[in-house]
Design a protein. Sequence first.
Length: 367
Amino acid sequence: MLKPSVCIMTCRHRHDDVRIYHKEAKALRARGYEVTILCPDYEGADSMGIRFIRIQPSQGQLGRLVSTPMRYIKAARESGAAFCHLCDPELLPAGLRLRKRMKVTYDIQEDLPRRLLEGPDPRPRLSRCLEWFERRAVRRFYAVIAATKALYERFVQINKRTVLVTGYPNPAEFSEPGRNAPKRENAVCCLGTVREQRGILELLDAVRDTGISLILAGEFESPELQARCESHPSWKNVRYLGYVDREEIRWILARVKAGLDLPYPLPKYQERPPVKMLEYMAAGVPVIVSGFPEWGEIADSANCGFCVDPQNPEEIRASILYIMEHPDAARDMGRNGRRRVLEQFSWEREREKLFQLYPPPPGSEGL
């Protein structure tokens, strides 16, 4: 008999991925399930009893297509789990093999077929093949979890047991600003993978000659971009921390005066919910973000910061300077943002949609 447990599979993400581990896995463990995460980078267990099993990636294209999925299939079967929760399109073949033994849920965060049609080197044939296979697989799966509205609207037509689960922040993870909070520095932050299309060069231009520090946390998308940034005149005011864990993120957000998220107006960014912005808001930090319609509606209605043209350094600079020069208004923005997250955008509310697919295990009262 299969155990009341969930085997989460990812070959793309770190073991401590915010959505997969900190939100979904921890929520399922608290619900009473045993949880195992098959991942490419770590072996061990955490304090909640969540197990991590490292699956060594295969080398070469054939290995990634054949050998790696087989390793995940073997480990998933050995886990004895009743549910399989797969997070990457590369693992769809594994899901098809496992569906006769386990209830397989596809947790999709990105519309990869559409992304393959973008950029300077579109790949329409590969896009069509992937979309055909994705549709074929999803019809046979137990359920689908969509991370965006666009994905939900596409996949609910294929599998009626599709739910929209947005990775909203957990406000309890961040201290509410108050008398005992550390003094905020004359600094702003930008968290997450450092990409040219996420506005890093414009941000460096914006803080040039302002005396304001930029705390940058996240890995660069390429050595070439890192070299370009390090040669920028503003780099002397940057504190680059590389990849940081959740404790370090809390430390950063307790000390900066603004959080920035400035992706270019591309479909892959516009279609995503503003999770990074909401995380800044949850920490009580004023936001400066790209002026996409959904993002702007939240920021304007909550009065928690500014929406700007991410490719206009002067507009970004003006917003930063306003926050620095108007501390009372900035404090109100931070409080307004946290209040809005508590009322409307918290993970505690959103995880109930996840629980629709994972009922409480028999005899379990959670942890």
